[in-house]
Structures are given as C-alpha cells and as structure tokens.
Design a protein around this ligand. Structure first.
Ligand code: SF4
Length: 248
C-alpha cells in the first residue's frame, strides 16, 4: 500500500493559523467512555484528528487516511482551536482523548489546544502510534500519552512503525503507557523484545478485534501469558458496549 498523500480539506473556519484537521468530535451529544488502556471505563470526550503516517492493514479508522476508500472532503474538516476548546468546555466530562489517525502529525497546533483544554480544567490523553516524538510543550502535567507501537502482525512494516528515537522520548517522559495490540502469544514475545530494547513501561496489552466475539476469543488466548509477564491487560470497552458504531 502506498503512503497517504496530502489532500485538500474543507474549511469550516477562518481561523486557519490555529486550526486542526479533524475527522470527528464526539462524547457530548451521545456520551461515551474511554474504551481502552489505563483510563478504560472513564467518561470521555474524543477529538479524532484526521491523517496518519502509517497504513496498517488492520486499522479500524481508515476514514482518517485511506483516500482509496474514503473522500477526505467528506471525512475531515478544519476546526479552530477556539472552537474545539469551547466544545469540550461545554461538557462536565473531565477527560479529553485526542486520537486519530496519528494526532502528533499536527502537534505544533496541538500545543494551544492542550493549553486551552488544561485551562478549562480538562485532563488529556493522546492516543499515538509512537512514531513521532512529542514536543516538550506537550509534556506537561495533566497530559498522558497512550503509545501504541504497531507490530508487524497488525499489517505494517516495523521498519516504519517502530521508531526507536521516538519511543525513547516517550519512555523517558514518565507520562506514557505503552499499549500493544496483540493477536497471538507470538505478539507478546515481540512486545517483550521491544519493551526490553527501549525501556517501555508500563506495558499494556489489548486484544485485537472489532467485534465483542473476536475480542473475547483473543483475550482468552492472551490472558495467561499477559498475567505471567505481570503486564496490564485492557479490553476494548466501547466495542463490547456499543459494537462497531462510529462516534462511541
Ligand atoms: S497507526 Fe493507527 S490510525 Fe494509523 S494506520 Fe495504523 S492503526 Fe490506523
């Protein structure tokens, strides 16, 4: 698969200097939870940014980057930082998850967003693939990174998805959890190699799957081996609770 190419996006704001390319925002009209990782089960708002620098074949958000299947003019728009902060501030929910795609592609414009959200009393979790080191301005109190390095079994070349220099910045930050999507015990062996090589901790394992049945089956394959390594284990609560519905 070829790399995603830059494409024009619809403009919904004149505030272009401080605008982000957004796929969707959800969690206010239809409330939901953080479905994965250390905050699994917490009420959460989601800002999903468009675009990714990887092309995983098992990606479940291809509408953020795969323009052979989706129309970027339909699937993304520019939203100003001011609009996004006001949107989040209109909800009492404290946790804002900034996800993608790969959100750190747009990290320079994320700095004012993070500052605005923190000033509004929110805490922030980034969901990132771990290939782009965060700017120091994002490594502040109230921000956590859920770093999900993609293994070859997820349908991506590890030469692209494993970026040691970036992983080492996340590991040294003290603000990252490392969430590996796994299908087999062999994936756990590869996770152990990477965790050892780059000092990645804490390790979280999440069973791969986009249906409750697949997640449950894979969880049962992995559970004993995850427990034996004293790692953390997470499900995908939003899939168990809401199925494959977008915006949950
Ligand atoms: S890194 Fe994440 S968003 Fe990007 S292609 Fe892979 S699974 Fe999809």
């Amino acid at each position: 698969m070829t790399a995603p190419r830059p494409v024009p996006v619809a403009r919904s704001t004149s505030d272009g200097a401080f605008s982000l390319i957004v796929a969707e925002c959800f969690g206010i009209v239809t409330p939901t939870f953080q479905g994965e990782g250390p905050s699994c089960g917490h009420p959460a708002l989601f800002i999903r940014l468009s675009r990714c620098n990887l092309t995983c074949t098992r990606c479940d958000t291809k509408y953020t980057w795969d323009w052979s299947q989706y129309d970027p003019a339909t699937e993304s728009s520019r939203r100003s930082v001011t609009d996004l902060v006001a949107w989040a501030a209109s909800s009492p929910v404290e946790l804002v998850v900034i996800t993608g795609g790969e959100p750190l592609i747009q990290q320079r414009k994320l700095v004012p967003l993070v500052q605005g959200l923190l000033a509004a009393g929110k805490r922030i979790e980034f969901e990132t693939n771990g290939t782009i080191a965060p700017e120091p301005a994002l490594l502040v109190d109230g921000v956590r990174f859920n770093v999900s390095p993609k293994l070859a079994s997820f349908g991506v070349e590890e030469a692209k998805s494993i970026v040691p220099a970036a992983l080492e910045v996340f590991a040294a930050s003290g603000q990252a959890a490392f969430k590996f999507v796994a299908s087999t015990v062999a994936d756990l062996d590869r996770t152990a190699e990477l965790a050892s090589a780059y000092g990645l901790a804490p390790v979280w394992v999440m069973p791969e799957g986009t249906t409750a049945e697949a997640i449950t089956a894979t969880a049962r394959i992995l559970a004993e081996a995850v427990a034996a390594r004293h790692w953390h284990f997470t499900t995908r609560l939003h899939v168990l609770a809401f199925g494959e519905a977008r915006g949950r």
